[in-house]
Design a protein around this ligand. Sequence first.
Ligand SMILES: Cc1ncc(C[n+]2csc(CCOP(=O)(O)OP(=O)(O)O)c2C)c(N)n1
Ligand SMILES: [Mg+2]
Length: 386
Amino acid sequence: MAGTTKTSTKTPKGDGAAKKAAPKKKAASPATNGAFTPDTPDVRVYRGSGRTHESLGLSADDVLEMYQNMLLQRRFEERAAQMYGRQKIAGFLHLYIGQEAVSTGAVRALRDDDPIITAYRDHGLALARGMSSDAGMAELFGKIDGCSRGKGGSMHFFDVDKHFYGGHGIVGGQIPVGVGMGFALKYRETGGVALAFFGDGAINQGAFHEAANLASLYDVPVLLIVENNEYAMGTSVARARGDANLYKQGYPYGMKTAVIDGMDLFEVYGAFQEIADDARGETDGQTKPYFVEVQTYRYRGHSMSDPQKYRTKEELEGKKGEDPILRVKAYILEHELFPVERLDEVDEDVKAEVMAAVDFAEQSPLPDVSTMYEDVYAQEDYPFIV
Ligand SMILES: Cc1ncc(C[n+]2csc(CCOP(=O)(O)OP(=O)(O)O)c2C)c(N)n1
Ligand SMILES: [Mg+2]
């Protein structure tokens, strides 16, 4: 495509949408052998800004709902870990515990039909998007009433009605798909923005770089969000990267960039509101991608069998002092939004919901073996299946 403004996008006759979606570059002045001014990257930092629920336009009830949502993710996974120990759940189980401010804050800031895609550490985002704990737990148990009819398991939560597109096990594999979803939004002129979440380990995959470049060229309304939880399995970011400042990964592609304190619900919420609006083109009439680093931490191992020799107890304990759920709880109490008794009630409600989900999952039947090849391809008569 170099040297031409042509695009390979197929355009139905008379349809101006693809033309609008085509790249019209904007290339920043290249560094040629002459005078040039270095670019100053556009980075927004969302950390320690002192945002309050009032400054964000949130009511006390909104804050309580968000607290409840984070707590649901936490209790759901604590119970899932227990059920894994009882061999009710097979295969892999990657817990999101510690990262709940990211899911709740981001999802709450979006429109309900902004599509979301993520990796295998997917329970938190699915629950934040409104998947029922019944459908989630049944999926973990491999039962027919699970969100993927019991055939996806922990790594493949999916809910098209809620615009939640998985749940993907190949590190980085979901990133190009997320950019494609964003492209579709632009092509159809819906005003939506797609969210592609991935881990710090995925940034080293070629798929990320190819997708990021296309997102930039086509001004795709997509947020490329790295949830930097400091480790990819047992490898710390510092050991895996020449430059551990992941936020810089948007620079080579000319993207706007944001860095967010992912342990602070209000920072995440406020950031995603601003960024998503800008990516939709609401600020300047131009859709665009963003590169977003959310700095977070996972309190549990990579998956259920992880001796965690790569970090010290002191490090883990120190991070637990920043627990995003305890921070919201402290905020609610400090600002006297609700008394502690109300928060205890919320916790009891959430625990009861999760226990009911376990019963639901126990009672749901296993999928019949005859359904094995169903739900593999969207095209029902796809020729290469039995
Ligand atoms: C292409 C590919 N390579 C390797 C793996 C094995 N693997 C599974 S998870 C993982 C680490 C990914 O870490 P990160 O992206 O930081 O996500 P996190 O687990 O921290 O959420 C690796 C290497 C895989 N699933 N896919
Ligand atoms: Mg990681």
